[in-house]
Design a binder for this molecule. Structure first.
Ligand SMILES: [Mg+2]
Length: 215
């Protein structure tokens, strides 16, 4: 039987740690407000590869009056020490035996520079794709988005593909392209979904859609 392609998101699906988590709460709050409330477009530009981690931290430093070196050291260390649970790593390895595993993430240059290597992700995935390298995000219009770009470039058969992602909009976009999605709720959900897919049996489309609709 043809191997099934299993696309898997990173943040909120296999990893639940934040890159800035080692900084004191007060500083994290300032960074969060600057990046995710006041300058979300800037953050998206970063995920599209138009900015570097250093450039963004210099901006935060200037705008929020925070010490660059202190922030930078905590940020890098935070990236280098994010974790994926043993349960998930085991489920990934089991799944990899009979399926093609594809990590697909809206992410930043620090993912390529620090996270990927420290977590030895290439041991768990056949392919790793980061929005930073492709200039587009999963949430972009479906024909121009990251999923479509990666599928076309690598000639993945969508009708033999599933997605595990904690974002409902991403799941809907993947379905629109012709795949099936599993909306992930938490760590346990990731493990049980991977275990269900492990044997390489094609899942029923109904199963995938029902999971989306059940949220
Ligand atoms: Mg996610």
């Amino acid at each position: 039987m043809k191997k099934q392609n299993i696309f898997i998101d990173f943040d909120g699906t296999i990893c639940f740690d934040r890159f800035w988590r080692l900084l004191p709460l007060e500083i994290r709050s300032k960074i969060g407000k600057f990046l995710f409330q006041d300058n979300l477009q800037l953050f998206k530009e970063w995920m599209r590869g138009k900015r570097s981690s250093e450039e963004i931290h210099h901006m935060i430093s200037e705008e929020c009056g925070l010490n660059y070196n202190m922030m930078w050291e905590h940020f890098v260390r935070g990236c280098q020490t994010v974790s994926v649970s043993e349960d998930i790593l085991k489920a990934l390895l089991d799944c990899k035996k009979n399926n093609t595993l594809i990590l697909i993430t809206d992410n930043l240059d620090c993912f390529n520079r620090f996270v990927k290597k420290e977590l030895n992700l290439s041991n768990y995935f056949h392919y790793i794709f980061n929005s930073y390298d492709y200039g587009r995000l999963k949430e972009d219009p479906v024909q121009e988005g990251l999923f479509k770009k990666i599928i076309d470039l690598n000639k993945f058969d969508l009708h033999n593909s599933v997605l595990l992602d904690n974002d409902a909009q991403n799941c809907e976009l993947f379905n629109q392209l012709g795949g099936k999605s599993f909306l992930i709720k938490d760590k346990e959900d990731t493990v049980s979904t991977l275990n269900m897919l492990r044997k390489g049996n094609n899942v029923s489309p109904l199963l995938g859609y029902s999971r989306i609709n059940s949220k």
